[in-house]
Write a protein that binds this ligand. Structure first.
Ligand code: FES
Length: 56
């Protein structure tokens, strides 16, 4: 599912970033561009990030 339509970032892409070592929205923004355009996806992306981190 797409989380960020502006940058075409999926929830899977966010989870893969966490598996690769990302642990903050800042890193996700740098690596994927998520949330860097309209910003509407930031809350949902952050929730997915938190969920993925808590499963580690
Ligand atoms: Fe992610 Fe617009 S939907 S920046």
């Amino acid at each position: 599912m797409y989380v960020c339509l502006c940058k075409a970032v999926t929830d899977k892409a966010i989870r893969q970033q966490v598996e690769a070592g990302a642990c903050s929205m800042r890193e996700l923004k740098q690596n994927l561009g998520v949330g860097t355009q309209c910003g509407k996806c930031v809350c949902q992306a952050s929730d997915i990030l938190d969920a993925a981190l808590s499963k580690q």
